[in-house]
Design a protein around this ligand. Structure first.
Ligand SMILES: [Zn+2]
Length: 537
């Protein structure tokens, strides 16, 4: 099911080059400039955006175990208006933000700064948030302090919120960070301050990097929302293969071989990097923690610096777990580095989720990491899910509205995953056929990633292009017929229908009865050929 992280992945901006490269970033270094000639105006180095300082202080009990997090946010005033801070407040049955963020205190150079707390949709994106609004403009440096409540993993709580148990405390910032309401890039400095009362074997680690010292990132504050922060006793598995570096932190007791899982994740990440021509050496940080309430399930979300997921103690190493890992890793490109929004302001989940579903299966298939039988099962399930859903014709607007109201999860929110995935396959086959194999969807995606490098960032820090940029690429590849098909499927919700050869030589489709499509494994083609591109039969 789409998690809170998935929700946020769809919600909000250009990644600075630092964010785009994932992981801990150094503060921008002014370029070296030549000695100015006498009397010539001295060129000013580009100024770093004004900093925001976040200090995370775990609160440890008499036994030295962390059970809450004290947070301090400080910055210079950014507006002549009274300051506003905010945190996500989803109506998902878990304690509201008002009950998770305690003892708020706002102060500035003039002393205490009175504030009011309100809840409701954010005018910027309609997402439900809790707001802390100062009663007057700030005078001098502004500081917000509060205690973020953590919920024991044995109790009910938000899956990605702040949770604690004998393995440590942590969650994504979305669950505990009341950040200033600023859409522009800032220099974000995050530091751990760990009291001597905390057990010494607890390690601070986050999607920005390990250790307590300040991690620096240039991005809008909302870019921190999906990043994981933990003070824990993880099992850390790192894989370094050439330019690929992944650090996987497992927190809790898992029902599967975590080392094998980390190796699989690294192999899939390598294949995805190769597919998109990405050789960025910045480390990738992945977190997975055990939550008893998830029993056999797993859910997670990608972010600019890695990904975070939660799994039940009985979740096993199976097709779903492999699909989960490949999917969340793929969001590093489709989602974070490329986000679409249409002319009406509706997010292109058909791309960010649907193309992620498509690529997170075809890339491992091509690389020989996904058994063809497993691929066929996933394809069959995607096809049936879309075609048997009463919501299969839902418009993108209807889907986004349902998600904004928080009812989208099992009902309508999956349509973009299935519709987008099958459209990606249909489009790929059409492009390869029209170009006699010279072009493919991969080529188009690489061109779009390139275009998105200079695109404006949305409030979450993702590179956002207008949907028309994608539609224009379709027109260039396929002409008016391709555009008509794009409009039919993506804009009007007609069902996508990839041809039999869309998934390579090992798979085909048949209609035992009119309208009832079945996908099947083509006999006589060896597994080794299943990663080859399909050609029209
Ligand atoms: Zn996703």
């Amino acid at each position: 099911m789409p998690s809170l992280l998935e929700r946020a992945l769809r919600s909000t901006a250009p990644l600075g080059p630092c964010l785009a490269s994932l992981g801990a970033c150094a503060a921008p270094v002014p370029p070296t400039v030549a000695q100015p000639t006498p009397h010539a105006p001295e060129p000013a180095p580009p100024a770093a955006p004004p900093p925001i300082d976040f200090v995370l202080s775990p609160v440890c009990g008499a036994d030295g175990e962390p059970t809450a997090l004290d947070v301090q946010v400080s910055l210079e005033p950014w507006s002549a208006e009274p300051p506003v801070f905010r945190i996500a407040d989803p109506e998902n049955g878990t304690p509201p933000a008002r009950e998770r963020v305690l003892g708020l205190a706002l102060s500035d150079a003039a002393g205490e700064l009175p504030y009011a707390v309100t809840e409701g949709p954010d005018p910027a994106d309609q997402e439900r948030r809790l707001f802390v609004k100062g009663a007057r403009p700030a005078e001098g440096r502004l500081t917000l302090r509060y205690r973020a409540r953590s919920i024991a993993t044995s109790d009910k709580g938000a899956p990605f919120g702040l949770r604690h148990d004998e393995h440590g405390l942590g969650g994504t910032a979305d669950g505990f960070l009341v950040a200033p309401s600023i859409a522009a890039e800032r220099t974000l400095r995050v530091r751990w301050a760990i009291a001597a009362s905390c057990q010494p074997d607890l390690e601070p680690l986050s999607a920005l990097g390990p250790g307590p010292s300040p991690a620096v990132l240039v991005a809008p504050p909302d870019a921190l929302r999906q990043a994981g922060f933990f003070l824990a006793r993880p099992e850390l598995v790192t894989v370094d293969a050439g330019n690929l570096h992944i650090a996987f932190a497992f927190i809790g007791r898992f029902a599967f071989d975590t080392r094998a899982a980390a190796r699989y994740a690294a192999a899939v990440l390598g294949a995805e990097r190769a597919a998109f021509g990405d050789d960025d050496p910045t480390p990738f940080y992945a977190f997975m923690r055990v939550l008893p309430e998830l029993t056999t399930r797993v859910t997670g979300g990608g972010n600019a610096y890695g990904y975070t997921s939660v799994a039940g103690p009985e979740a096993v190493w199976d097709a779903r777990m492999r699909d989960h890992l490949a999917h969340e890793l793929l969001h590093h490109w489709v989602g974070v580095r490329l986000w679409l929004r249409d002319a009406d302001g509706v997010s292109g989940y058909w791309l960010s989720e649907g193309f992620t579903v498509h690529y997170s299966r075809v890339v491992p298939l091509r690389a020989g990491l996904l058994p063809p039988a497993e691929f066929l099962q996933q394809l069959d399930r995607t096809w049936r899910s879309l075609h048997e859903s009463p919501h299969r014709g839902a418009s993108n607007r209807a889907i986004e509205d349902a998600l904004d109201r928080g009812i989208g999860d099992p009902v309508i929110g999956r349509i973009p995953y299935w519709r987008g995935a099958l459209y990606a396959a249909e489009l790929d086959a059409a492009i390869r056929q029209a170009s006699a194999g010279k072009r493919s969807l991969d080529v188009v995606m690489r061109e779009l990633f390139h275009l998105a490098r200079t695109a404006p960032r949305n409030s979450a820090g993702y590179a956002e292009l207008p949907e028309s940029a994608f539609r224009d690429r379709v027109a260039a590849e396929l002409g008016p017929a391709g555009v008509e098909r794009f409009d039919a499927v993506i804009r009007r919700g007609e069902p996508p229908s990839p041809p039999g050869h869309a998934f390579g030589p090992c798979f085909d489709r048949r209609e035992p009865t009119p309208g009832a499509v079945e996908w099947f494994r083509v006999e006589g083609v060896p597994d080794e050929r299943c990663g080859e591109p399909g050609v029209a039969r």
